[in-house]
Design a binder for this molecule. Structure first.
Ligand SMILES: [Ca+2]
Length: 278
């Protein structure tokens, strides 16, 4: 069984921590693909990190998400590139995330780890009506059932950046495991765990991303949205899921509905051993 990680690495540091988790668990990755915005830059960030682990997996970048410009981190002036890219202009990364995923799915059953907006995956479904049936499973971080209850000040980024893509993917009859913000928002790690993660990273990219994010938000804790999502695939008993049908609005909010057009196994909780994996 092979995996493809589709990521918006380079904003919230939980993406690079999720990639680190894949590598440390020797997950057989066929490729890393990048989504959301500035996907070429994101591909280079992923490649630098993979190179630092002597990992030869190819990196393909996809198209930007149609609503990526509405993202709140952009509005608040979050810096878009890492200084580490200077001098790395010759890194070998490739376009064509959609083509890569489509071709890979024709050769073997793949599992998708979707930790960014679903723009590329939706494009695969729109281009090839048999794609969804060839995917073994998709683990998807995105959406929120009750934003107010969480005190979440912004729309959920992954579904809010491309709600049409989210609807296409979750309406495609693919075996989808959804990890909504209602669960992941509460998955926090503190300074001791963050220090341990930073210290073992030879690339220093994790440290750069974490420090930049914590300074920007003036926070000490980090939310592990994406690491929990890939951990659910690595350790199938880790998360508890319940089948749900629902609809989705344009701000990434999920509305439960018995006759909803969308469906997924939705995460309702997880085992605490997750924190030992980090
Ligand atoms: Ca992400």
């Amino acid at each position: 069984m092979s995996y493809i990680l589709d990521t918006d690495i380079g904003v919230d540091p939980d993406d690079i921590i999720a990639l680190d988790l894949c590598l440390r668990n020797n997950l057989p990755l066929l490729a890393v693909t990048t989504c959301f915005r500035n996907t070429l830059t994101k591909a280079k960030i992923a490649k630098i990190f993979l190179n630092s682990h002597r990992h030869q997996v190819p990196v393909h970048y996809g198209k930007n998400s149609p609503r990526a410009g509405l993202d709140w981190t952009l509005k608040l002036g979050f810096p878009e590139t890492l200084g580490e890219l200077d001098g790395n202009e010759t890194l070998e990364v490739y376009p064509g995330a959609t083509d890569f995923i489509l071709n890979a799915s024709k050769k073997e059953k793949i599992t998708l780890l979707c930790i960014g907006p679903l723009t590329t995956i939706a494009e695969c479904i729109r281009q090839d009506k048999n794609f969804a049936s060839r995917v073994k499973a998709a683990y998807i971080m995105g959406g929120v059932f009750d934003r107010k209850a969480l005190g979440m000040p912004w729309p959920e980024n992954n579904f809010g950046s491309d709600p049409d893509a989210a609807r296409t993917v979750l309406g495609a009859k693919m075996k989808s495991y959804l990890l909504p913000a209602d669960i992941t928002w509460k998955v926090l790690i503190g300074p001791d765990k963050i220090k341990a993660i930073i210290e073992r990273d030879k690339s220093k990219l994790i440290s750069i991303e974490i420090n930049r994010w914590r300074e920007f938000h003036k926070i000490k804790m980090l939310k592990m949205h994406d690491p929990l999502t890939v951990a659910a695939a690595i350790d199938p008993g880790l998360c508890h899921f319940e089948y749900q049908r629902f609809d989705l609005n344009d701000t990434g909010e999920i509305i439960l509905k018995a006759d909803g057009k969308l469906e997924a196994e939705v995460c309702t909780g997880f085992e605490k051993r997750f924190f030992e994996m980090l």
